[in-house]
Design a protein around this ligand. Structure first.
Ligand SMILES: Nc1ncnc2c1ncn2[C@@H]1O[C@H](COP(=O)(O)OP(=O)(O)OP(=O)(O)O)[C@@H](O)[C@H]1O
Length: 649
């Protein structure tokens, strides 16, 4: 057995929320109200409650992934107390991101000694599973969260990297191989052609001309067929401009609104080049040397990117592979060793694979940072520096570095320049950091005590339409999901304290419509491309405007329209008011007068400590950078983050 081989894959059955019977909900708010659309009574599932589930092993030897939908009333939220290892405060708002959850753990200060919330107890319905603990732990970051304290007695969580850490045994189910599944896609929406009206700005020297059609991209036959099978007829602006830039060998920082096709904008030219070069994955080497590495901040997002890469590479010799935390390392190593040309990874697990000598960097041509601003903020920047400083990594002059996001605060742009060649091109499709114009944004003034009822009213109104509900903390996610289940709303949840199998199951249930409501923390804010998400609800507004832009971008994708409803609690959200007004105005949407007042009146109104500065365009155009050095700015932000934590304590 190799040093990374792990024995056994047995796991204990995790707990989750789900529901079983479907029943008609009463019609609510048919007279209008805040959300009234006269559509009450659309029917929603009835069962809810949390239950255990267990079943026989699946084909990968995992047990318990099929959800035993019995006894909806058993309820009882297991809580997740006692899990923590004192994960510390090394990141501002990244506890929901996946750089290191169970991966390398050099970030931040492990073994944080805070905690202190353990006695708050959990939300229980007195069910038979409630006894496990409620919510232990203390708040550990600006966005998030409590971290559980105390012991972790669960042997399944022994990690392969650290003696005392949980071992990860989860192996995701095998992917379907049939073309219908591989190329499944949703239809582009009525506003797809309006993408052409968005202003595009390319800055930097000698940009290559844009292409207008996929034919002009001169894709090789297999790739062209795969693009067509994916339902792509015409490139989106970020593809029209981005693809030739990448094909010309230029470094790129690209900004385009959520849901406008950034993934294909980087995948297609990379795959085209690899196919043209005739690369082929070989399983004969103990160290695999990929030509491209793609990193993204969350496991679900990197998996989605991998699926896109796999789709476009289908039937060719180019082999993409994915590595991310929460999955058995041995399983992923075996997959890598089957040969890989494109490695998609979350930073921690990727660095782990490089550290173990399974992934070598000497042939690397492309390094892609998706959600680049997130990958370079305080949370992931050290990992990114470690990645580019890894042995064998070609210098920035000798690789092509590509960055994509819908948001680029100025300070991050400045930092990004460290990773890019000096003559990189900056591509801005529309307003840098702007919200997707296909999302109708509305705001409802609430008090923190009225939010739950408002949410329930809203969900009753929209019936079975797929809705993502964003909350600020993992604890809140559990609490709201439990509440909705008790109210017979078919709900599932995703957050960083759920097991990976639970996270994937939750997404699958949401995607399939089995659970039309997904309660999520920031872990699901970026990148996820889920069909038919009609509504995003900001139950808690985020403390950062970029996060708001990404969250509401889970709807209104690919030319489809969507709606975002945000609960605005003047007591808590005032610091965001000014940024919200800016976002709304730039998206040409109505600004409620009360929001405007809130933004521009009152002591300290609109002051937004966490906003890192709107970049109206390529920061190299100058003028708007703060005077001080980026590093001291980041240090100042750290201080703000720390202060935030302390307030929460
Ligand atoms: N040219 C195209 N024609 C039709 N559909 C497309 C095209 N380009 C992308 N899509 C589809 O549009 C959807 C959104 O694309 P993608 O996820 O790449 O958006 P994004 O810009 O990366 O969004 P985000 O900022 O949220 O990460 C996907 O389902 C994708 O398959």
């Amino acid at each position: 057995m190799d040093e990374w081989e792990e024995e056994g894959t047995s796991t204990t059955a995790p707990t989750s929320h789900t529901s079983s019977e479907v029943t008609q909900r009463g019609s609510w708010n048919s007279d209008g109200g805040e959300f009234g659309r006269g559509r009450g009574g659309r029917g929603r599932g009835r069962r809810g409650g949390f239950k255990s589930f267990s079943s026989g092993p699946d084909e990968n030897g995992n047990d318990g992934d099929s959800w035993n939908n019995t006894g909806g009333e058993r309820g009882g939220f297991r809580g997740r107390g006692g899990r923590g290892h004192g994960r510390g405060f090394g990141r501002t708002d990244s506890s929901e991101f996946d750089g290191d959850d169970d991966e390398v753990c050099e970030n931040g200060f492990r073994g944080g000694s805070r905690g202190g919330r353990g006695s708050r107890g959990g939300f229980r319905r007195g069910g038979d599973q409630g006894a496990r603990g409620g919510f232990g732990g203390g708040y550990r970051g600006r966005d998030e969260e409590f971290f559980a304290q105390g012991e972790d007695k669960d042997p399944e969580k022994k990690d392969e990297n650290e003696g005392e850490r949980p071992r990860v045994t989860y192996v995701p189910p095998s992917l379907p191989e049939d073309e219908d599944s591989i190329f499944a896609h949703y239809e582009k929406g009525i506003n797809f052609d309006k993408y052409d009206d968005i202003m595009v700005d390319v800055s930097g020297t000698n940009p290559p001309p844009a292409i207008m059609t996929f034919e002009e991209a001169a894709l090789c036959e297999s790739l062209r067929k795969n693009v067509s099978k994916s339902g792509y007829v015409k490139p989106t602006p970020v593809q029209k401009y981005g693809m030739p830039i990448i094909s010309a060998g230029r470094d790129l920082m690209a900004c385009a609104q959520t849901g406008s096709g950034k993934t294909a904008a980087f995948l297609l030219p990379i795959l085209q080049q690899l196919m043209a070069d005739g690369v082929a994955a070989s399983s004969f080497s103990e160290v695999q040397e990929p030509e491209a590495i793609i990193v993204a901040p969350t496991r679900e997002l990197i998996n989605q990117i991998y699926l896109e890469a796999r789709k476009f590479a289908h039937g060719t010799c180019v082999r993409p592979v994915v590595v991310y935390g929460g999955v058995n390392t041995g399983h992923q190593i075996r997959d890598i060793l089957r040969g890989c040309n494109v490695v998609c990874g979350t930073p921690g697990r990727l660095l782990d694979m490089i550290g173990r000598g399974k992934v070598g960097l000497s042939k690397l041509q492309y390094l892609v940072l998706d959600e680049a601003d997130r990958m370079l903020d305080m949370g992931f920047e050290p990992d990114m520096r470690r990645l580019v400083g890894s042995p064998g990594m070609p210098s920035k002059e000798n690789r092509q570095t590509l960055m994509f996001s819908a948001t680029y605060p100025e300070d991050i742009q400045r930092l990004a320049a460290d990773f890019l060649k000096t003559d990189y091109l900056f591509l801005a499709v529309g307003v840098v950091g702007g919200a997707c114009s296909d999302v109708e944004q509305t705001f409802v003034q609430v008090t923190k005590f009225s939010k739950r009822e408002q949410l329930l009213d809203f969900l009753n109104t929209v019936g079975a339409e797929r809705t993502m509900v964003f909350v600020e903390t993992k604890r809140q996610a559990d609490f709201i999901a439990t509440y909705l289940c008790q109210e017979k709303v078919l709900t599932t949840s995703i957050h960083g304290d759920r097991e990976q199998r639970e996270r994937e199951q939750a997404l699958a249930d949401f995607r399939s419509g089995k659970c039309p409501v997904l309660v999520a923390t920031s872990v699901a804010a970026r990148g996820l491309d889920i069909p038919d998400v009609q509504h995003v609800v900001n139950f808690d507004l985020p403390n950062n405007i970029d996060e708001y832009v990404h969250r509401i971008g889970r709807t209104g994708r690919c030319g489809n329209t969507g709606r975002a409803v945000s609960f605005y609690d003047p007591e808590a959200d005032n610091q965001l008011a000014r940024s919200l007004v800016t976002i709304l105005s730039k998206a040409q949407q109505e600004v409620p007068s009360w929001l405007e007042e809130s933004a521009f009146s009152g002591p300290g109104a609109g002051f937004n400590s966490s906003r890192k500065g709107f970049a109206s365009t390529d920061s190299r155009k100058g003028g708007s950078f703060p005077e001080k050095d980026v590093r001291s700015q980041l240090a100042a932000q750290t201080a703000v983050a720390t202060a935030d934590e302390e307030e929460w304590e």
